[in-house]
Design a protein around this ligand. Structure first.
Ligand code: FSO
Ligand code: SF4
Length: 545
């Protein structure tokens, strides 16, 4: 195996024996085979589209699901991959027939996988199957090709959550087809890959807007909320991940059952959506970011539902009480199937009741959150006024993923050291590094404004653009700095969106992606002045200097 798609990859180079995420070589091979199949699917799908034919939403959703299943910490279930591969073979065959005879199809486009686990694992490595398939491939080309593939993976997750709530955009899937097809093209050069990566940034902006519309359309606009972060007596379910539809359905199914629902990880922002928080049993948030789950779930007297990434290998102490849904999978962990578009959460509810929950109330503590797009933009005048009057000197967007590396203390320290007349906008699970700090208020606002999940980078972008308009200046001239932490492929998609928008001077950490080659990095530095984080003191000195 060879995998370097996330930030925790072994030695900052690549996982070759087993993943730090616990992905084993068999799952890694199946994911590589699936992606290889999708590249050819993308090629024939693009030909079908060029002929003026359409590809069904059903196929688009399945393509998206296959892509999403290969994201870090999502699916570790071999049989589920065999099923994906079988179905992908079938659809690809249909698309090939629909595309008609094509001269000069690139090598690998017509690949079909065997359909048993043993045969799949025995497939020989060939060019374009896996990251290091072709030793002769220029490392810079490989770097941009993989950057594109990881960006597609990230965007596929956002699209998946959007269409779970009824919002599907065929432009997003058509772009994915085209981008995957390009990865088979032997003539694709640096320029082409660079343009496609910028195209991915643009398409991901559209996809995040779609997801924003799906989430707010279904559950209203997030509103500032004092969210509970301590334990309450009684049976409970902890729900993690990014799928708001699952949370909405779970809240409906637990109505009046005496089961509290705590969000976890990236589900935290859901405490601010009116149509979710109207349920009194959506009680607050439990725990921290994804990498703390093994200790925080250990012996937990409640049930747990994982709706998307990030799932870590469950410990025996909670294997019987953790459940997966939709895209997530792990061997020997109970999976809630979708039947006719619906999920029945009864087994989780029963497990929560059986476990009995917390036996006493903890001393109550709440933190402010819920500063979504509408909440912030409706306060734009007040914010602009505070800047003009000199009460508010600078904005920091400190956002992105959390992770296990010690270097991530940088983000806590950075937040602590920001001057009192500045505001921190935050999003995604990186916020857990500092969201419980009491940094006080400025100009009547809490100094930490939580905009939501990683996909709510869309909110932060809208706020930045609104500020630029209010001050009648280029967005890069605003007193706004971006301190971005990355871990997995959604952060790659968001970063590409920021670059597509021409945002300059982004600080990226805790380490740079292993798949970004020195020359590609040089290009990013020249074009966007992107920089690795150094120390909070030094970076703050430069930013505020
Ligand atoms: Fe965190 Fe995991 Fe949202 Fe990522 S939970 S690391 S960027 O999935 O997706 O923020
Ligand atoms: Fe390693 Fe990350 Fe790949 Fe897992 S997803 S195998 S930790 S690089």
């Amino acid at each position: 195996m060879f995998c370097w798609q996330c930030e925790q990859t072994v030695g900052g180079k690549g996982c070759t024996k087993v993943g730090v995420c616990s992905k084993d070589p068999d799952i890694a091979k199946m994911q590589d085979v699936l992606i290889y199949l999708l590249k050819g699917w993308g090629f024939y799908a693009t030909k079908v589209l060029e002929k003026g034919d359409k590809i069904s939403q059903e196929y688009g959703e399945f393509f998206t699901e296959c892509t999403f299943s290969t994201l870090t910490n999502v699916n570790f279930h071999a049989e589920r991959f065999v099923d994906y591969i079988k179905k992908a073979n079938k659809i690809k065959k249909e698309l090939m027939e629909k595309a008609g005879s094509i001269e000069n199809a690139p090598k690998g486009a017509d690949f079909f996988s065997p359909e048993t686990r043993g045969e799949i694992l025995n497939l020989p490595w060939v060019k374009n199957l896996g990251v290091m398939d072709d030793e002769d491939l220029d490392m810079d080309l490989r770097s941009l090709r993989e950057l594109l593939i990881y960006g597609i993976k990230g965007m596929s997750a956002y699209h998946h959550h959007a269409y779970a709530l009824g919002k599907y955009d065929e432009e997003v899937t058509n772009f994915m087809y085209k981008a995957f097809a390009t990865t088979l093209d032997p003539d694709a050069n640096m320029e082409k890959y660079f343009d496609l990566n910028m195209g991915l940034g643009k398409m991901n902006l559209q996809c995040m807007a779609l997801l924003d519309a799906a989430n707010t359309g279904a559950f209203g606009d997030p509103e500032p909320t004092e969210m509970l972060i301590t334990k309450k007596k009684g049976p409970f379910i902890v729900i993690s991940g990014h799928d708001l539809r699952d949370l909405g359905d779970l809240l409906e199914q637990t109505k009046g059952k005496g089961v509290n629902i705590y969000t976890h990880g990236e589900m935290l922002p859901c405490n601010a959506y009116p149509e979710l928080k109207k349920h009194p049993h959506l009680i607050g948030n439990y725990g921290g970011a994804w990498q703390d789950q093994q200790t925080q779930f250990d012996g937990l007297p409640g049930a747990i539902l994982m709706t998307s990434n990030c799932l870590m290998k469950p410990r025996d102490s909670y294997k019987d009480r953790i459940f997966t849904s939709s895209i997530v999978g792990f061997p020997d962990i109970q999976h809630i199937e979708t039947v006719n578009g619906k999920k029945d959460f009864t087994p989780i509810i029963n497990k929560a009741l059986e476990l009995g929950g917390f036996t006493e109330d903890e001393e109550e503590r709440r933190i402010p959150m819920g500063f979504g797009r509408k909440a912030l933009l409706s306060n734009a005048d007040k914010i602009v006024g505070a800047v003009k009057e000199g009460q508010l000197k600078h904005f920091f967007l400190i956002g992105g993923c959390d992770g296990a590396r010690p270097g991530r203390n940088y983000f806590t320290e950075f937040a602590e050291k920001t001057p009192k007349d500045t505001v921190i906008l935050t999003l995604a699970c990186g916020k857990y590094r500092f969201n419980k700090l009491d940094l006080g208020t400025v100009a009547g606002f809490p100094r930490i404004l939580d905009c939501g999940q990683c996909n709510d980078a869309y909110t932060a972008i809208q706020v930045a653009l609104a500020l630029a308009e209010a001050f009648d200046c280029d967005v890069n001239k605003l007193p706004l700095s971006y301190i971005v932490s990355w871990y997995e492929q959604k952060a790659v998609a968001v970063l590409l969106t920021m670059l597509y928008l021409g945002l300059q001077d982004i600080y990226l950490g805790p380490s740079l992606p292993a798949f970004v080659s020195p020359n590609v990095l040089q290009t990013l530095v020249e074009k966007f002045n992107i920089k690795p984080v150094s120390t909070p003191d030094e970076d703050l000195k430069v930013i505020l200097g």
